[in-house]
Design a protein around this ligand. Structure first.
Ligand SMILES: Nc1ncnc2c1ncn2[C@@H]1O[C@H](COP(=O)(O)OP(=O)(O)OP(=O)(O)O)[C@@H](O)[C@H]1O
Ligand SMILES: [Mg+2]
Length: 181
């Protein structure tokens, strides 16, 4: 199962990639009283019927896991929201895109650990998908924004180990900065 909120975020962005999105926006805002996350994509979207089923823990579209028709991403999201008194919502329009939002109380004892955002962001930036991913991130009002296009322009090939280390160090320094302020 999911160990951290960052794993959950990674899974939800992966859903957007699997839905053939070419533009994904991830917004992760933390304050002392609220964790607010938005994942918006321009992927294939879902019909009302698929959307209803997608919230069901015993549904997966059957394409990916040939031996398991059970999706974990969305059910885990709704289960966590329910367990911790948070909110989670999905808006989706077929052929247009999907927006997943959630708000959790960081002080709730039942909330999974937040996890390592630097590593999650590096993983997402290096996923082999053609489109753009923009990350907006803030902690207590101090924030940064980074997009995959900017990263590729600045660093070039992300399969190159040295470039990957540069990206990781850059992301870590951005995270440090907003947490110190
Ligand atoms: N952003 C999205 N755009 C379009 N369809 C989506 C999106 N997110 C989820 N879905 C649909 O909802 C279903 C359930 O998603 P969920 O993440 O719970 O499971 P999964 O992706 O099928 O499997 P798993 O995440 O466990 O590998 C998906 O199979 C897909 O049909
Ligand atoms: Mg999934």
């Amino acid at each position: 199962m999911h160990a951290t909120i960052c794993d959950l975020i990674t899974d939800l962005v992966q859903n957007s990639i699997e839905a053939c999105a070419t533009d994904i926006k991830l917004n992760v805002e933390e304050t002392k009283t609220n964790l607010n996350v938005v994942i918006a994509d321009n992927g294939k979207g879902m019909s009302t019927a698929v959307l209803e089923k997608a919230k069901d823990p015993f549904y997966s579209d059957g394409q990916k896991h040939k031996h398991r028709r059970v999706g974990l991403g969305l059910p885990f999201l709704f289960q966590t929201a329910e367990m911790t008194g948070g909110n989670a919502a999905i808006k989706s329009t077929e052929g247009v895109g999907t927006t997943v939002t959630f708000q959790f109380d960081p002080a709730n004892v039942d909330l999974p650990m937040f996890g390592n955002f630097t590593m999650a962001a590096v993983t997402l930036m290096t996923y082999g998908f053609e489109g753009n991913l923009t990350i907006e991130r803030s902690v207590d009002g101090a924030g940064y924004s980074i997009s995959k296009m900017e990263v590729l322009d600045a660093l070039g090939d992300l399969n190159d180990t040295e470039n990957l280390i540069l990206l990781k160090n850059y992301m870590a320094s951005q995270e440090e900065e907003i947490k110190v302020l």
